[in-house]
Design a protein around this ligand. Structure first.
Ligand SMILES: Nc1ncnc2c1ncn2[C@@H]1O[C@H](COP(=O)(O)OP(=O)(O)O)[C@@H](O)[C@H]1O
Ligand SMILES: [Mg+2]
Length: 365
């Protein structure tokens, strides 16, 4: 299969300020690509470059095998849904959805057929005669999607389409967008600063920071094998614990020493990762620190930990302690016996940990 979108060595500057640096991404037909990163990292700029709304400073963009680098937005066969929805306030929902087809000279019968099809798909038939001012945020969002859907484009582009909705509706619309993608099998590029949205929607994630790609991978690769400390910290909630530790080679593996506030260090033996430098940052997800005998693989190692804070959160209870001079969070069972001010034996799943070099922040294992 040839890529539906192929971005090669893309650079983008505004004046002398370089915004995007050496971007290389390609996706297959049917992929749901999510560009994720903190505000200001260049996500919208990259999406606008793909759309042709912004000229690029260097590199090339091709869509479905055709070089689009210098092609105008209307000839790129894309449809874009913006955060603001950009609906025409004086037109009805039906007119908003069909307007683009009308401009392109599509005949009335085809317009009607497409409108009916998309209205059914998005369940907005009862709204077709209303104006945008008479719709809720979620309904406006659907209309904006409808306008993109009638185009049947090679590529859908979304710029934070859910960020104006309240939390509950955002989660509902997220599921709808995912269902829509599954039903259409369409190729999508979706921008968000929300790492949970990225994890739940994407088939492929690009994590960006400061205009530079930090990692490209499937949600599980990004979550389980973050390429550096930035990705490890950004993706996942509560965040991955990043604990300064010492590694020493031993006959049966590597001894990992983690300082405690009082008493000697915790010592764990990692039998898998044998080639670590002395100073490491140990990355361990909250769910990989557990009540013993509840979870864990063969590589699980137990240690006594002094619990500072216990936070019940419904299905889980979070326990916070101090290790290696950092707050460390464990995701425990709701019925855990952990109590603040008391020591608790916890098991660390070393089969799932990440190690990073303190100086470069890069992944070591
Ligand atoms: N038209 C512009 N002129 C100059 N700088 C811009 C322009 N648009 C965006 N930028 C800058 O480019 C950077 C990336 O912006 P943007 O792509 O909007 O980030 P994101 O969508 O990830 O929040 C920001 O530092 C922003 O200030
Ligand atoms: Mg943006």
């Amino acid at each position: 299969m040839s890529p539906i979108l192929d971005i090669n060595n893309l650079y983008k500057s505004y004046g002398t300020t370089e915004i995007l640096k050496d971007i290389n991404v390609s996706i297959e037909p049917g992929d749901f690509l999510v560009l994720v990163g903190p505000s200001g990292c260049g996500k919208s700029t990259l999406l606008n470059c793909i759309a042709g709304l912004e000229p690029i400073t260097g590199g090339a963009i091709s869509i479905d095998g055709k070089d689009m680098t210098h092609v105008s937005p209307k000839d790129r066969d894309i449809a874009m849904v913006f955060q603001s929805y950009a609906l025409y306030p004086t037109m009805t929902v039906a007119k908003n959805i069909t307007f683009g087809m009308k401009v392109r000279g599509v005949d009335q019968a085809t317009q009607d057929k497409k409108l009916a099809q998309v209205a059914a798909q998005l369940q907005i038939e009862p709204l077709l005669n209303r104006r945008p001012g008479q719709l809720s945020g979620g309904q406006r969002q659907r209309v904006a999607m409808g306008r993109a859907l009638v185009r049947d484009p090679k590529l859908f582009l979304f710029d934070e389409p859910l960020s104006n909705l309240d939390a509950k509706l955002r989660v509902e619309m997220r599921t709808e967008i995912k269902a829509l993608h599954q039903n259409l099998g369409a190729s999508m590029v979706y921008v968000t600063h929300d790492q949970i949205e990225a994890m739940t929607l994407a088939t492929k994630i690009v994590v960006m920071k400061g205009g530079v790609i930090q990692q490209i991978g499937s949600p599980s690769e990004i979550y389980n094998r973050p390429a550096n400390l930035f990705v490890a910290d950004f993706m996942g909630s509560p965040a991955m614990n990043l604990i300064p530790a010492k590694a020493h080679r031993a006959a049966d593996g590597t001894r990992i020493e983690i300082a405690r506030n009082s008493g000697g260090p915790i010592v764990l033996t990692d039998t898998k990762n044998r080639d670590l430098p002395e100073d490491v940052i140990l990355g361990v997800r909250p769910e990989d620190i557990a009540d013993p005998d509840l979870r864990g693989s063969d590589a699980t190692q137990a240690a006594d930990c002094l619990i500072d804070i216990v936070e019940p959160a419904g299905a889980d209870t979070f326990a916070v302690m101090q290790l290696g001079g950092k707050h460390v969070t464990a995701r425990l069972h709701a019925e855990t016996t952990a109590k603040p001010g008391h020591s608790k034996r916890l098991s660390f799943d070393l089969g799932k940990v990440s190690y990073f070099a303190p100086e470069t922040g890069l992944r070591l294992n």
